[in-house]
Unconditional design. Structure first.
Length: 192
């Protein structure tokens, strides 16, 4: 019986060793599975974080573009409004030629315009027919007069056309457009 007992002892020892190896293998497999799950979770989190950052950038870019487009539309609408305001003002400029303030300032504008030319230089002054007599009297022979019904004010030029001084109401309005535009926007309830 000693052989049967020895075989039984060897079988028990082999079974115990197999159980121990199996338990160790299961523990190691569980550890590897847990580590793998942790790595998968980490990678998934990294991918999600990267994708979320990209989406946030896309949203910020879209918002920025929308803000710029809205700002552009507002600016374009304001510019169209100002164009209409200035067009209406230009339509009324012809009547300003008879206004006392315009007539009072005409000698100074002519003197300033003439000062741009040398004393021996031949100067031609263009003016509308309704101002011709007044302008001719103010020029006192210092320049020749040219009647131009399309002009609103006076425009001085050298005989060769190299020097030009535009003292028309249109030119003065264009020169002051920025300042007048701000005032108009304030009066219309917009803060420029």
């Amino acid at each position: 019986m000693a052989l049967d007992e020895l075989l039984a002892a060897l079988t028990r020892d082999a079974q115990a060793e197999a159980d121990r190896v199996l338990t160790t293998a299961r523990a190691e497999a569980a550890s590897i599975a847990a580590a793998s799950e942790t790595e998968v979770d980490r990678r998934r989190a990294n991918v999600l974080d990267t994708r979320m950052a990209e989406l946030e950038q896309d949203v910020e870019r879209a918002l920025s573009e929308a803000r710029l487009a809205a700002r552009r539309e507002v600016l374009e609408a304001r510019e169209r409004l100002l164009d209409r305001v200035f067009a209406a003002v230009k339509e009324g400029l012809a009547g300003a030629l008879d206004h006392p303030r315009f007539r009072e300032g005409l000698p100074q504008r002519l003197a300033e315009g003439l000062s741009a030319f040398g004393p021996a230089e031949t100067v031609v002054v263009a003016a509308p027919p309704r101002l011709a007599a007044t302008v001719k009297r103010l020029l006192d022979g210092r320049a020749s007069l040219e009647k131009d019904p399309a002009i609103l004010g006076v425009c001085l030029r050298s005989a060769d056309g190299a020097v030009r001084v535009d003292a028309t109401l249109d030119a003065r309005l264009d020169t002051r457009r920025r300042e007048l535009a701000r005032a108009a926007l304030r009066q219309l309830g917009f803060e420029p």
